[in-house]
Design a protein around this ligand. Structure first.
Ligand code: PLP
Ligand code: TYF
Length: 389
């Protein structure tokens, strides 16, 4: 019966949300789950998103079913942003999904259907949902060390070795930008080498692209995606709008699949529809329709872009500030996106929770942009005090 189900390890990042909420201290600082916060410590609805939602409210006349592909205009509108100079390549098909997680689910199931013996090569640490989702799709995992804690950079030798050891058809799981949890991204030269190895070894790149616009800027963050698309005939890109449109709970994402020919891409698309039919039948509409409405209106698109750039600027400001607090934190300014690993042990992570009401993942991963402006000095002081023991 149901009582015979095995015990589970819960999603510790989502568990942090409840832990923060349960702490009555008014001055608590939440650097746990990855959501953007502004200087006042809020996660606002973006201006263009609110305007698009209002437009939908006024002008949407029906919520009748759209079919398995959802809002086709949504996936189309994303192409220039996500695919860059490859936007017009008809060998690339896009399917709306419930968030980046939905895209990952589809991508991994597609691999399992096409090549059940494929192994998924992933660096450690990686986003904690990657391994269970891979195992859930029935695929084997091969790990290598992504992050060198001494240099605070990508352990590129380990990565290159692992990719070189891949068998044709194995999946190379890559973070498009803003590596979660380390903030350690590939340099442009390292991307070139990865694209070359992956193409030469016949690996299938799966690029998880959840933070476009948060590393160097919207166009620049496409660098790796464009290079890999240059180099490879088959590519999977799991995209999320949940961060860069700040629509987290609306669950907005897209899976792009590139195949060797237009016919194969269309054939793969029918398989994506079949897999999504078995899981959710049709994606939820509201968030995708909102993003499409923003992108199809030049004024709204420009305003979205301006606000995204403001968010990016705040990420850089917070990083500079923390990096300046102590030489041991200087690396924070060299890393990208919302997350970095702080040099704290599990015990120190517990201690900073108890003593300072600062909540981060046990791994020491902190969502740096979670800190409000007025808390930055106190955060830095608490981290330095805890590091000093
Ligand atoms: N991939 C990574 C690396 C993430 O950090 C996230 C965060 O949520 C996702 C995928 C999934 O995004 P979504 O919330 O759109 O499912
Ligand atoms: O890593 C994070 O904090 C974000 C948010 O199951 C997240 O990616 C965390 C866990 C999860 C879904 C999203």
């Amino acid at each position: 019966g149901l009582a015979d189900l095995p015990p589970l390890v819960s999603d510790t990042l989502l568990a942090l949300i409840a832990m923060v909420n349960a702490d009555p201290r008014a001055d608590k600082i939440d650097v746990g789950v990855g959501v953007y916060r502004d200087g006042a410590g809020r996660t606002p609805i973006m201006r263009a998103v609110k305007a698009a939602e209002q437009k939908l409210l006024d002008e949407q006349h029906s919520k009748s079913y759209l079919g398995g592909a959802g809002d086709r205009g949504f996936a189309k509108a994303l192409r220039p942003i996500v695919l860059g100079r490859h936007a017009g390549d008809e060998r690339i098909v896009g399917l709306q999904t419930p968030g980046g997680c939905g895209a990952l689910f589809l991508a991994l199931k597609l691999v399992a259907a096409a090549n059940p013996d494929a192994r998924v090569i992933m660096g450690t640490p990686t986003w904690p949902n990657h391994p269970p989702m891979t195992a859930g799709a029935g695929l084997q995992i091969t790990e290598y060390r992504h992050y060198d804690p001494a240099s605070r950079k990508v352990d590129f030798a380990a990565m290159a070795d692992a990719l070189e050891a891949g068998r044709p058809g194995d999946v190379a799981l890559l973070h498009g930008c803003c590596h979660n949890p380390t903030g350690a991204d590939l340099s442009e030269d390292e991307w070139r080498q990865v694209a070359e190895i992956v193409a030469r070894r016949g690996l299938l790149p799966l690029i998880d692209f959840a933070y476009q616009g948060f590393a160097r800027g919207l166009e620049q963050d496409c660098f790796g995606v464009e290079l890999v698309l240059d180099a490879c005939d088959e590519v999977l890109i799991t995209q999320s709008c949940d961060k860069n449109f700040a629509v987290y709970r609306d669950r907005v994402g897209c899976l792009f699949v590139k195949a060797g020919s237009v016919d194969t891409a269309q054939f793969a698309f029918t398989h994506l529809l079949q897999i999504s039919r078995e899981a959710w039948s049709m994606p939820p509409d509201h968030g995708g329709a909102t993003v499409r409405t923003v992108l199809e209106d030049p004024a709204l698109a420009a305003d979205w872009r301006a606000e995204l750039d403001e968010m990016h600027a705040r990420i850089r400001m917070v990083r500079e500030k923390i990096a300046g607090a102590d030489p041991r934190l200087a690396y924070i300014a060299e890393q990208q996106g919302m997350f970095s690993m702080l040099p704290l042990s599990v015990e120190q992570v517990r201690q900073i929770r108890e003593t300072h009401a600062i909540y981060m993942a046990d791994s020491g991963r902190a969502n740096l942009v979670g800190i409000a402006d007025h808390d930055l000095d106190r955060f830095c002081a608490a981290v330095v005090e805890t590091m000093n023991g």
